[in-house]
Design a binder for this molecule. Structure first.
Ligand SMILES: C[S@@+](CC[C@H](N)C(=O)[O-])C[C@H]1O[C@@H](n2cnc3c(N)ncnc32)[C@H](O)[C@@H]1O
Length: 261
C-alpha cells in the first residue's frame, strides 16, 4: 500500500466525529433501508457468503450477518473496523472483519455476492478503480453478483451543491462540485467554529464518476456482465422498482454478474 494512501478517510471521519459532525450518511438506520434491495438484487439465500468491500463501520455487513449470511467486511481503517466489531458483539453476531487494503484483495471464487457501496468506489486512480472491479470479480463464485454504487457523472456535472448544517459548536459546510477534466466529483467539507469563527478544512475527496459504458467496458474485461442499473428515490434509497434515471439520480447501482468460465 502506498504511504500517501494512509487512512485519510478514517482520519477525516474521526476528525468530523471529534468536532461533532453528525455523519448520518453512514448510519445503520439508513443502511437498514437498503438491505432488502441488496439481498434481492444479489439474489441471496441464507448461508450465502457476502463480501463488503470498504465496509467502514460495518453497517451493511452487520445487518447482512443479522439476516443469516456469512459476511466478510474488508476495510483498511482499524478504527472503523473496531466500531464494527463492538456493534457486532453488541448484537451477538460473528462475522469476519478484515483490516486490509482492498487493492491487495486476492480472494478467489469465494462469495455469492460482493457489495461496494457509498463512497468505497471511485476514490482511487483509474487503474486502481479498475483493479477493484477486477479483484471484486475474482472474489465472486461464477454466477455470483456484484452490486456497485457509483456517482452519476451527468447529474453531478449539472447539480453542484452546497449545504450547511449546525452540529454542536460547529457549522459544517459541504460543497460538491464536478471537475470536468478529472471526470470526478469533488466533495469538500469545512467546519467553522460558531464561537471563534475559526475555519477548518476537513478534507477534499475526489470520486471518479464513470459513465455506464465505461463501467460496462471495465466489468466485461473481468468476466462480469451488467444485468441492470438501478436508481434511487428522493431520499437516496435504491429501490428494485426504480430503474436508473440519468436526469434525476445522483448515484447509480450497477448490478453485475460473474459469467461462468
Ligand atoms: C465512504 S466510506 C463507506 C463505507 C461503507 N461502504 C458504507 O456504506 O458505510 C468508504 C470506506 O472505504 C474505506 N477505504 C478507502 N480506501 C480503502 C482501501 N484502499 N482499502 C480498504 N478500505 C478502504 C474507508 O476506510 C471507508 O471506510
Amino acid at each position: 500500500m502506498k504511504e500517501d494512501r494512509t487512512e485519510w478517510w478514517a482520519e477525516a471521519y474521526e476528525q468530523m466525529q471529534k468536532l461533532g459532525y453528525d455523519y448520518h450518511y453512514i448510519d445503520f438506520a439508513s443502511a437498514k433501508k437498503e438491505i432488502e434491495f441488496i439481498e434481492r438484487t444479489l439474489d441471496l439465500k441464507v448461508g450465502d457468503k457476502v463480501l463488503d468491500l470498504g465496509c467502514g463501520n460495518g453497517r451493511h455487513s452487520i445487518l447482512l450477518a443479522e439476516r443469516g449470511y456469512q459476511v466478510t467486511g474488508v476495510d483498511y481503517s482499524k478504527s472503523l473496523l473496531e466500531m464494527a466489531q463492538v456493534e457486532a458483539e453488541k448484537r451477538g453476531l460473528s462475522l469476519e472483519l478484515r483490516c486490509q487494503d482492498m487493492l491487495t484483495l486476492d480472494d478467489d471464487s469465494l462469495y455469492n455476492g460482493v457489495i461496494i457501496l457509498d463512497g468505497s468506489f471511485g476514490i482511487f486512480t483509474d487503474s486502481e478503480n479498475e483493479d477493484i472491479i477486477r479483484r471484486g470479480a475474482k472474489a465472486l463464485k461464477p454466477g455470483g453478483k456484484l452490486l456497485l454504487q457509483s456517482y452519476n457523472p451527468y447529474y453531478m456535472a449539472f447539480n453542484q451543491g452546497r449545504d450547511a448544517e449546525v452540529d454542536g459548536d460547529n457549522t459544517f459546510i459541504r460543497e460538491t462540485s464536478f471537475d470536468v477534466k478529472r471526470g470526478a466529483v469533488v466533495d469538500n467539507i469545512i467546519a467553522i467554529d460558531n464561537i471563534t469563527g475559526k475555519y477548518q478544512r476537513i478534507n477534499t475527496r475526489y470520486y471518479r464518476a464513470y459513465t455506464i459504458p465505461e463501467l460496462r467496458g471495465i466489468s466485461n474485461k473481468y468476466g462480469l456482465r451488467n444485468l441492470k442499473v438501478y436508481g434511487h428515490d428522493d431520499d437516496f434509497y435504491p429501490k428494485l422498482e426504480l430503474p436508473f434515471d440519468v436526469q434525476k439520480d445522483m448515484v447509480m447501482y450497477l448490478l453485475l454478474e460473474k459469467l461462468s468460465r
